[in-house]
Design a protein around this ligand. Structure first.
Ligand code: BGC
Length: 415
């Protein structure tokens, strides 16, 4: 019996299948952003360098995606290429991304465009980044330039990638630029500004193209109490879930009663978080993510130690269906050297997705993270998330067997 034979469930016609990337992780040579600056000064442990040289190789990369049966592709536009100096917009950079979009259409790949994926132009970061009072206006001005050029050929937009992850890594954990540790007040301010920036970008896109589909990409962590019998664990879980998975929606005015500034819900799903009660102080109320391998949450883990938990995707889809908007899995994947594990991961998550759709949840598509191994932020190039391996010296791409497993699903539009 073929262990990869699915259950024969059909996906809706026109379902979008593909993979996602982000500019700084694949393009190479992003000299004008804050990450590059921190990498060069040694404040970050790894340099992105040429990354996957996707800036040059995008056409053959899209041939590869097409060969993997994809009909959709998510990529990000690097703000610092478009506006390397405040107020100076580079025509040539915009033309590059117009060619990228055209190359996708030529291959029958629906573009999903992210306008901001973690990196900031150095001039913007130097002026305080997302802490700046005028952050949303500056972002919206860049967005207007992009949309004026690309609006007619792009339907699906993601304004900002994972605002909560950004705030956590950059202002609480201190791992990403600007490397602030435990800066809760600034974190709250940045989150508010990111929400304002999303709304301003949403309005800018819709003014240009009213029928565009606009969202942000939310990092959806499935939260469960570490010990479901323990009332305080359950309470901490509810609070943490609200702050992590609910607050940003509230800030942009989206609720079950009104869509606010959203046309669909972009969800990046990777893992679950088991929450333990951690005390009563204002930040302790968020509980603590349990890292102990208890019987109840000791499932297989990826190379970056995230638990592999497909049922969490079911929970997340069920939770966000309450917004009464179409959902879109804009990232899902794992870092592993064991491609058989990736094959199983894809099978299991697609199975969950098929089941959710059968139960009436409206899902537009599924994008795997990532098309190829790339620069994994402060972890460098060691974690391998790709459907294709990349030799960082020769820049040769080698699709893995997991790419064929997903290709079979994409081509059949069934599992
Ligand atoms: C981010 C990607 C990142 C991936 C794996 C997502 O949260 O959007 O940029 O590479 O996770 O860590």
């Amino acid at each position: 019996m073929d262990p990869h034979a699915g259950t024969g469930r059909r996906f809706p016609p026109g379902f979008l299948w593909g993979a996602a990337t982000a500019a700084h992780q694949v393009e190479g040579g992003n000299h004008w952003n804050d990450w590059w600056q921190y990498e060069q000064s040694g404040r970050l442990p790894f340099e992105s360098g040429d990354a996957c040289n996707h800036l040059v190789l995008y056409e053959s990369d899209f041939d590869m995606a097409r060969g993997m049966g994809h009909n959709c592709h998510r990529f990000s536009i690097e703000w610092s290429r478009i506006e390397p100096v405040e107020g100076e917009f580079r025509h040539e950079a915009l033309e590059h991304y117009a060619r990228v979009v055209a190359a996708l259409h030529d291959r029958g790949l629906e573009p999903v465009v992210t306008l901001q994926h973690f990196t900031l132009p150095t001039w913007f970061a130097a002026g305080g980044g997302w802490e700046r009072k005028d952050a949303a206006d500056r972002f919206a001005r860049y967005v207007r330039h992009v949309v004026e050029r690309l609006g007619p050929s792009v339907t699906y937009w993601l304004t900002i990638n994972e605002p909560t992850v950004y705030v956590l890594q950059a202002y609480i954990n201190g791992a990403w630029p600007p490397m602030r540790c435990g800066a809760w007040v600034k974190a709250a301010r940045v989150l508010r500004h990111l929400a304002k920036a999303h709304v301003a970008a949403f309005d800018a896109i819709k003014a240009q193209r009213p029928d565009a589909m606009v969202s942000f990409a939310h990092h959806a962590l499935w939260m469960e109490p570490c010990n479901p019998q323990r009332r305080l664990d359950r309470l901490a879980t509810r609070i943490r879930d609200y702050v992590y998975n609910g607050l940003f929606y509230w800030l942009i005015g989206a609720s079950p009663a009104k869509a606010g500034s959203l046309d669909y819900v972009g969800l990046n799903y990777y893992t679950r978080c088991c929450v333990r009660f951690a005390g009563r102080g204002p930040t302790a109320l968020l509980g603590r993510a349990c890292r102990l391998a208890h019987h109840a949450h000791s499932g297989p883990r990826s190379d970056v130690d995230w638990e592999i938990y497909p049922r969490g995707l079911a929970g997340v889809l069920q939770k966000f269906r309450s917004l009464h908007l179409p959902l879109f899995v804009t990232e899902n994947g794992l870092a592993t050297e064991d491609d058989a594990l990736r094959c199983r991961f894809i099978e299991d998550h697609v199975e969950v997705l098929a089941h959710a759709i059968d139960n009436g949840i409206d899902v537009l598509g599924y994008l795997h993270w990532s098309l190829m191994d790339n620069h994994e932020w402060d972890r460098g190039s060691a974690p391998h998330f790709g459907l294709a391996a990349v030799d960082r010296v020769s820049q040769e791409r080698t699709p893995r067997r997991s790419a064929s497993v997903l290709a079979q699903i994409c081509r059949a539009n069934s599992h």
